[in-house]
Design a binder for this molecule. Structure first.
Ligand code: PGA
Length: 258
């Protein structure tokens, strides 16, 4: 492991995507253990996509090994496609069951994932309630993030401002192209999604972003060194005082060592 900088944000370059997964998973497991010991709930903000799969696998392993108690763990996922059936294999509801929730002993009522089955007229109220539920749970203790090739976090696409909240968004063409294979082509890929906003994400006490592979190298470089603005929403993470970005060497190839 090689720490590049401890300035905001902290950047950790590890030897592989597995090493990133191990570090991220260990941090989440430790947080749950510490908070359980203090008799406190743990509120996690969770991400989907290819990158967190390894982290969740590692996390499940650690959870079993440590017999982690999930009775006080509450989760809020970042996003879901719209419209999207909860049982569709492309849904993030399905993803989360398959990659995490079916393998840990979490209370179903403690799981929150944006609902892609709502009628359009109900979305605004639903999103406001999603924000309220996060507040009622005590706020997010740790938010896990990936990053899109276009610098998105959650489905906060380029153009998403720092003050955005949970809402319905239009997906960026790059995001749809990247998702097309899973939907059997771009024409079948949803054009909208419900996502937590940048402001929602920045309210988390602690944020960890994981990225691997050279396709992410440009977005990562922009996030860390580029000008802070809505063109690369991940740049807003630099206004948060407790962020760590975990990278493999390919994703870190444009990052200069401090
Ligand atoms: P990926 O997605 O892990 O599938 O690359 C990350 C993201 O878009 O946030």
């Amino acid at each position: 492991m090689h720490i590049v900088t401890q300035k905001k944000p902290e950047v950790v370059i590890a030897e592989s995507d597995r090493a990133i997964a191990r570090m991220g998973a260990a941090e989440i497991a430790n947080l749950i253990q510490m908070r359980n010991a203090a008799d406190l709930p743990t509120v996690l903000g969770l991400a989907t996509g290819k990158t967190p799969i390894l982290l969740y696998r590692e996390f499940i392993r650690i959870a079993r090994e440590k017999a982690l108690d999930f009775s006080r763990v509450i989760t809020f996922n970042l996003d879901e496609y719209y419209p999207m059936n909860t049982h569709s294999p492309q849904s993030y509801h399905h993803f989360m069951r398959a990659n995490l929730f079916d393998h840990i002993d979490i209370h179903p009522a403690h799981i929150h994932i944006p609902d892609g089955t709502l009628s359009r007229k109900d979305i605004a109220n639903y999103c406001a309630e999603y924000e309220e539920k996060i507040q009622q749970a005590g706020g997010i203790n740790l938010q896990l993030l990936g990053i899109g090739e276009n610098g998105h976090i959650g489905f906060n696409e380029p153009g998403s401002d720092v003050d955005t909240r949970t809402r319905l968004v239009t997906l960026d063409p790059i995001t749809r192209q990247n998702a097309a294979a899973e939907f059997g082509g771009e024409t079948n890929t949803p054009s909208e999604a419900i996502t937590m906003g940048i402001a929602t994400i920045l309210e988390a006490q602690r944020i960890i972003l994981i990225a691997s592979g050279s396709k992410k190298a440009h977005a990562v470089q922009q996030a860390i060194n580029g000008p802070v603005n809505a063109n690369v929403p991940a740049t807003y993470l630099r206004s948060h005082s407790n962020v760590t970005i975990y990278l493999d060497p390919a994703a870190a190839k444009h990052i200069k060592s401090a």
